[in-house]
Design a binder for this molecule. Structure first.
Ligand code: PLP
Length: 473
């Protein structure tokens, strides 16, 4: 037994560190060892349970209702109901599916293909939902200076096929909160649902508000907001696999539920996309949330928010770096001037032990870096600032990765739909992603090449890459 666990530990040596605060995306570290231990134990205790049927495991029903009540209280949803899901994406999928099906039943879209109106900064999960559920995504440009959704443009984009208006609190890429009162109002005036994606901010903003920070209105206190997603496995610092989708009323939630009784097996009754599902992430989330508690979260939110503001201030003083927007919560987006590319800065930071996330250029916005500040990162903030300063200097000394102009031109002209497997193999080699066996040490050349490709080609390349990466040895 210890042998296989030792092998797991050995394999994990190659992973990003999940603790210590040096990983500024993917993982969130409270820095509270006891909270982690409680989460791990609850996971183990509930690993074999099945959330398929809350009457078979009544404890799961209790845990879920208590967590939903906690979230509804935080997000000022008196009378709100909800569901614990596996993550932000599943919460968003279900919000879109429920909006689509409610509109289909009511004939809202008049038999035409339903659509949703979303700011261009909305999370990619909405596009996944559009793809899965046949809902047309109508993307609306955000304000070019503040990166916030533009209510007038969003209103103009609504028509009688619109089943959902989307807003973020805050957006992942820029960390800004959309003008939610205006967006929710324009949705309500048209009888359209309005989803607030608070996946990453929903467990932070209420605690900052309680701590005296001036927080823009974003939750159920805003008339017209019909659903909110909030992830537990981000800033509630719970083990992965837990998010909450809240609906303002039970009636709004109803189309999310699925039952099937017309087959020879058990009556299937599901609240989420999963059917059999582990009770472990739910139990672990319940345990961690109750262990940390409101006071603990208020402290953690304040710690990571203050650290984010301090980091933003320090980054703004680094020659060549720009802070894209004043952080509304714990997210920071940075851009470099032409002396360096952000991909090289990210690689230099990796070499110094800090992981930050590159964000490719989008339309006329250059590439940027994303940093999600965990409470545990605050303790090492001075080291992070020193590393960032050093990484920028090194990246400026190296200069940006140069992509041959003819290659960039060729990339723009390629139609991914016309490429076969051999062509993709060739392109992946060119991009330094050839074998799929080992990843390159430095990602800057890969990212720089992806960055000159149009989004559809990027997507096709990434899928081809994943297809080769995920094959049994
Ligand atoms: C993380 C995130 C999501 C997606 O959540 P997953 O848990 O990764 O599926 C959606 N929206 C926002 C704003 C997020 O930060």
């Amino acid at each position: 037994m210890s042998d296989v666990l030792a092998r797991l530990r050995a394999l994990q040596q190659g992973d990003l560190p999940t603790h210590g605060g040096q990983t500024l995306a993917y993982v969130y570290d409270s820095g509270l060892a006891e909270a982690d231990e409680i989460g791990r134990r609850a996971l183990a205790q509930y690993g074999a349970t099945n959330g398929l049927d809350p009457t078979a495991f009544p404890s799961l029903r209790t845990l879920e209702n208590e967590l939903v009540a906690w979230a509804a209280r935080l997000l000022q949803g008196d009378g709100a109901v909800g569901t614990v899901t596996s993550g932000g994406t599943e919460s968003i999928l279900l919000a879109v599916q429920a909006a689509r099906d409610a509109a289909t039943v009511s004939g809202h879209a008049g038999g035409q293909q339903p659509s949703m109106v979303l700011p261009s900064t909305a999370h990619a999960a909405f596009h996944k939902a559009a793809h899965y559920f046949g809902v047309r995504a109508v993307m609306v440009d955000v304000d070019p200076v503040t990166f916030q959704a533009d209510p007038a443009a969003m209103a103009a984009a609504c028509d009688d096929t619109t089943v959902l208006v989307v807003a973020s609190a805050p957006s992942y890429a820029h960390g800004v909160v959309d003008p939610i009162p205006e967006l929710a109002q324009l949705a309500a005036e048209r009888g359209i649902r309005c989803h607030v994606d608070a996946c990453i901010g929903g467990w932070v903003l209420p605690y900052l508000r309680a701590d005296g920070v001036d927080v823009a209105p974003f939750d159920f206190a805003v008339p017209g907001v019909t659903s909110i997603s909030v992830d537990l496995h981000k800033y509630a610092y719970t083990p992965k696999g837990a998010s909450i989708l809240l609906h303002r009323t039970p009636a709004l939630r109803r189309p999310q539920y699925f039952a099937h009784a017309d087959w020879p097996g058990y009556t299937m009754l599901n609240s989420t996309t999963q059917s059999t599902k582990s009770g472990a992430p739910l139990a672990a989330a319940w345990a961690v949330v109750h262990h940390i508690g409101d006071e603990g979260y208020q402290r953690l939110a304040r710690t990571s928010y203050d650290a984010t503001l301090r980091l933003a201030e320090a980054a703004a003083k680094v020659e060549g770096l720009t802070v894209l927007a004043r952080p509304a919560t714990t997210l920071l987006a940075l851009r470099s001037d032409e002396r360096a590319d952000v991909f090289t800065i990210a690689d230099e930071l990796t070499a110094l032990g800090w992981f930050v996330q590159p964000q490719l250029s989008f339309r006329d916005q250059p590439a940027s870096l994303h940093l999600s500040m965990s409470a545990a990162t605050a303790a090492g903030l001075d080291d992070l600032i020193a590393a960032l300063t050093q990484a920028v200097a090194a990246a400026q000394a190296a200069g940006p990765v140069q992509i041959a102009p003819e290659l960039a031109e060729a990339a723009k002209a390629l139609d991914p739909a016309l490429l076969d497997d051999d062509a993709f193999d060739g392109l992946l080699q060119l991009a330094g992603l050839g074998t799929g066996e080992t990843l390159p040490d430095r990602m800057a050349p890969v990212n720089a090449l992806l960055d000159v490709a149009p989004p559809r080609l990027r997507e096709a390349l990434l899928i081809a890459f994943l297809d080769r990466l995920m094959r049994p040895a």
